[in-house]
Design a protein around this ligand. Structure first.
Ligand code: ZN
Length: 695
C-alpha cells in the first residue's frame, strides 16, 4: 500500500519559522513568594491545524484532565481529601476573614501545583505558611454557613475529616517524605507514597511473586493478613478516574488523522486501484489499545499501545498512562501523567536521531556494552497545550518514553522536547539569576549561547543519552533497573546528563548543523557552566542535608566528581567574596572527567551492580554541600527566585452548535487568559464531567 501523509503540510511547514511565544508571569506562591513561580504558558499554531485535528486535541485534552486526580491518590492516601477540603472552602469563601482566606489560598495553590502536601521534585512535605489549624476550623464554619458540602469517603463529616487530616496538613514530622531512599532505611515503610498501605515493608513486597514485584501498574495493600497487589484499572484501583479517561480517549479515537491509501478493489474480475481516505491505523491502534489497557489492567495491551504510540507521527501528539517511576520508593510502579501537544518542525533533532548509532559507537565505555544496532530514536519537538498528573503544572523540559530496557531494545522510544516549557522564564528573574550566579566574565557567554546550550543538553540527554548502552551478557536478559532498585533513577539521570556533556564536543554536531565549527567550543563551555551552575543552585533549593530527586542527585554526582580534591578536570567551584561560582577553565579536561563518570555508571548499569551504584552516589551525589547551600539560599533570597516553576496552560474552549436537536462540538478555540485558581477549579469540574462543554 502507498501512503500519503496528508497532515504533514499542517504540522511541519506552517509551524516552522514562528518565534516562540513568551510566558506571562502570573503570581508567586509561598513565604515571600519564594516557593513557586507561576507562569502562563502560551502556544502558537493551534489555529493552523485542520478542524478535525483541533477536535482530536480537545478530546485528548479532556482525557488528560480526567486523570489528574489519580496523581493525588498516588502521592498520598489523603492528598485528594486535602485538596477536596481546601477547594470546597475556597469556593465557599464569601465573608471569610481575609487573613484566613489568604492563608488558605496560598496553601491550596501549592497543593494544586504539587498534587498534594509533598513537593514535586524533592518529595519533601510542606505545611501552610500562613494558616493555623484554628483558622482552618474557622474557615470550615464560614463555608458551612455558605452552604458548603464536603465529599469524603464513607460520608465522613467534615469535623471528623479535619481531625484525621490535621497531622497531614500541619505536622512536618508526620510522614515527612514521599520517597525516602536514605541508605539503611526501609524505603517502603518510611515513605509516605500512596502506592503502599501504611506499615507495609520492603520485605513483605519482596515476599510476593516476582510478577507482582516488577509490575508497573499496581498498588500494594493489606487485606487482613495478606499483602495484595491490585492493578490500576476501570473497576479497580483509580477505576473511577480511568473510566472517564477512557470515555474521552474513545471519542478521540474517532478523530485520528486520515491518510490517502491506495486500495485494490475487485470489480467484475478486474482489479481496480483506487485512492481513498482511511484513519491512520497506527494512531487509531494506539488509542484503542490504551483504552483496552485501562479496561483490563493488562500490561500486554499497554505494550501494544506503546509500540504504536512510539511510531505515531501526527500534528497533535499526546501522552497518557502510568510511566515514570520516580514517585515509587522501589522505582517500579508508574505515576499517571498525561499531556497534549503540538508538533513543531525539528530538522536538527531528526538529524541527531539519525546518527544515534554513530554516537553509541563513541560512548566512553566497553564495546561489549554498546548496542550494535540502534534504530533512530523518534525525536520530536513540541509545544505543550496541557499537562496533568505527574507531568504538570510542574513540568519536565522533555521526556523519553516508554521506560524499560527490553521494550527499548525491541521497539525504541519516543523523545519529546517541550520547547515552550523549556524556554519559559520570567525575564526579570532570568536576568537577576544570571548576574547572581555567574562570574562577570561568563555572563555574556550564557546570555549568547545559554538557550542553545540548554536545547542541545536536553536533546542529547533524551535522544542519545537514555537509550544508550546495553546490559552485560552475564545478566542473561535481566533488567538492570530491577537489579539496581531505588538507586536506578539517579544513575539513569546522571548517565543521560553526562552523555550530553560528553557528546557536545563531538565533531558530528557540526556536521549535522547543530552548531557552527567556530562556535562549538563555546557551546560546550556554556553547557558545562550552565548545567553545573544549575546544580550548585540546587544545593540551596534543597531542604535538609540530602538531595532527593533523581535529576538533582545525578547533577550533584557530576559536579562533585569534576571538582573532587586531588584531581584536575579543569572545573572548580571558586569562592569570591563569600560566594560560590562554577568556573570552567578547560572544557576538554572536563570531558575526560565526564568520560570517567560515564564509564563508572555504565559499568554499574550493565553489571546490575547495586552496591557499586549506591556507593558512587553516597560519595558524590546524595549529600547537600552545606557551605554552598547557605550561600545559595542567601543569593536566592536576594533575587527572590522561587524554588519551582509551575504553569497555567492555555485553555481549549469548545464551541458548540445544534445539529438535529443535539448539541455537538463545532469548533475548538485556544485561549490563554486563565489564572492558576481558575484553571484548577475548572479541572475540578471538567475532570468529573462527561459533558462536551461543561458549564
Ligand atoms: Zn532524563
Amino acid at each position: 500500500m502507498k501512503y500519503r501523509w496528508v497532515f504533514l503540510l499542517a504540522s511541519g511547514a506552517l509551524l516552522f519559522g514562528q518565534g516562540l511565544p513568551q510566558a506571562r508571569e502570573l503570581e508567586r506562591l509561598g513565604e515571600g513568594g519564594r516557593e513557586v513561580l507561576v507562569l502562563g504558558l502560551e502556544a502558537q499554531g493551534f489555529d493552523k491545524l485542520r478542524p478535525h485535528q483541533r477536535k482530536f486535541a480537545y478530546y485528548l485534552y479532556r482525557a488528560a484532565i480526567a486523570g489528574n486526580d489519580i496523581t493525588y491518590l498516588q502521592n498520598h492516601r489523603f492528598a485528594l481529601d486535602i485538596k477536596e477540603l481546601c477547594e470546597v472552602l475556597y469556593t465557599h469563601r464569601e465573608g471569610m476573614d481575609p487573613e484566613i482566606l489568604a492563608g488558605l489560598e496560598d496553601y491550596l495553590k501549592q497543593v494544586w501545583v504539587h498534587h498534594g502536601q509533598y513537593r514535586h521534585w524533592d518529595h519533601v512535605k510542606f505545611v501552610p505558611a500562613k494558616l493555623s489549624f484554628t483558622q482552618l476550623q474557622q474557615a470550615v464554619k464560614t463555608a458551612k454557613k455558605n452552604g458548603a458540602q464536603f465529599h469524603f469517603s464513607k460520608d465522613e463529616p467534615v469535623e471528623r475529616a479535619l481531625v484525621r487530616l490535621k497531622p497531614h496538613i500541619f505536622d512536618l514530622k508526620v510522614e515527612p517524605v514521599l520517597v525516602n531512599l536514605a541508605p539503611g532505611q526501609d524505603p517502603v515503610k518510611t515513605s509516605a507514597s500512596g502506592l503502599y498501605d501504611p506499615g507495609l515493608t520492603l520485605k513483605e513486597i519482596q515476599a510476593l511473586p516476582q510478577e507482582a514485584q516488577t509490575r508497573l501498574n499496581v498498588r500494594f495493600g493489606r487485606k487482613g493478613k495478606r499483602v495484595v497487589a491490585e492493578p490500576f484499572m476501570i473497576g479497580g484501583v483509580y477505576g473511577e478516574q480511568l473510566d472517564l479517561v477512557a470515555f474521552w480517549l474513545r471519542k478521540a479515537a474517532q478523530y485520528v488523522d486520515n491518510e490517502m491509501v491506495e486500495k485494490e478493489i475487485g470489480k467484475d474480475g478486474v482489479k481496480v486501484k483506487k485512492m481513498r481516505y482511511e484513519p491512520v491505523a497506527l494512531q487509531k491502534k494506539a488509542l484503542d489499545e490504551l483504552v483496552a489497557y485501562y479496561e483490563s489492567g493488562d500490561l500486554a495491551r499497554f505494550q501494544e499501545h506503546c509500540v504504536a504510540w512510539v511510531q505515531t507521527k501526527g500534528a497533535v501528539d499526546y501522552l497518557n498512562g502510568f510511566h515514570e517511576v520516580y514517585k515509587d520508593p522501589r522505582a517500579v510502579v508508574g505515576s499517571f501523567e498525561a499531556n497534549v501537544s503540538l508538533r513543531q518542525d525539528s530538522e536538527a533533532l531528526d538529524r541527531l536521531s539519525q546518527n544515534a548509532l554513530y554516537f553509541e559507537g563513541k560512548m566512553p565505555w566497553k564495546d561489549a556494552w554498546k548496542r550494535a544496532k540502534v534504530d533512530p530514536p523518534v525525536a520530536i519537538s513540541v509545544q505543550a497545550l496541557v499537562e496533568t498528573g505527574d507531568a504538570g503544572p510542574i513540568s519536565p523540559a522533555a521526556y523519553n518514553l516508554p521506560n524499560g530496557n527490553e521494550f527499548r531494545k525491541q521497539h525504541g522510544s519516543k523523545n519529546v522536547v517541550l520547547q515552550n516549557v523549556m524556554l519559559a522564564d520570567s525575564p526579570e528573574i532570568r536576568q537577576k539569576t544570571l548576574e547572581a550566579f555567574y562570574l562577570p566574565e561568563d555572563q555574556e557567554l550564557i546570555k549568547k549561547q545559554g538557550d542553545q546550550a540548554r536545547l542541545w543538553q536536553v536533546y542529547l540527554h533524551e535522544v542519545i543519552g537514555h537509550g544508550s548502552g546495553q546490559p552485560d551478557a552475564s545478566l542473561e536478559g535481566a533488567d538492570p533497573s530491577v537489579k539496581l532498585g531505588g538507586v536506578y533513577s539517579a544513575l539513569e539521570e546522571c548517565r543521560a546528563e553526562a552523555v550530553a556533556l560528553y557528546q557536545v564536543a563531538d565533531p558530528k554536531l557540526v556536521e549535522i548543523g547543530a552548531v557552527k565549527l567556530e562556535d562549538q567550543p563555546t557551546l560546550a563551555q556554556a553547557m558545562y557552566l550552565q548545567l553545573l551552575t544549575r546544580q550548585l543552585r540546587a544545593n540551596g533549593e534543597a531542604t535538609g542535608d540530602v538531595l532527593r530527586s533523581a535529576h538533582r542527585r545525578g547533577g550533584q554526582a557530576i559536579l562533585n566528581y569534576l571538582t573532587q580534591p586531588g584531581k584536575d578536570f579543569g572545573v572548580a567551584v571558586v569562592e569570591k567574596e563569600g560566594r560560590f561560582y562554577v568556573q570552567v577553565a578547560d572544557a576538554q579536561k572536563a570531558r575526560i572527567g565526564v568520560a570517567e563518570v560515564l564509564d563508572k555508571l555504565q559499568t554499574c548499569k550493565s553489571m546490575g551492580d547495586r552496591a557499586g551504584a549506591e556507593a558512587f552516589f553516597e560519595s558524590y551525589g546524595n549529600k547537600v554541600n552545606p557551605a554552598w547551600q547557605k550561600d545559595v539560599q542567601t543569593r536566592l533570597a536576594a533575587i527572590g527566585r522561587p524554588r519551582e516553576t509551575a504553569f497555567v496552560f492555555p485553555t481549549l474552549v469548545p464551541v458548540m452548535e445544534e445539529k438535529n436537536g443535539r448539541e455537538v462540538l463545532k469548533e475548538v478555540r485556544l485561549e490563554a487568559k486563565e489564572t492558576l485558581a481558575e484553571q484548577m477549579l475548572r479541572f475540578r469540574s471538567w475532570g468529573r464531567s462527561r459533558e462536551l462543554a461543561p458549564k
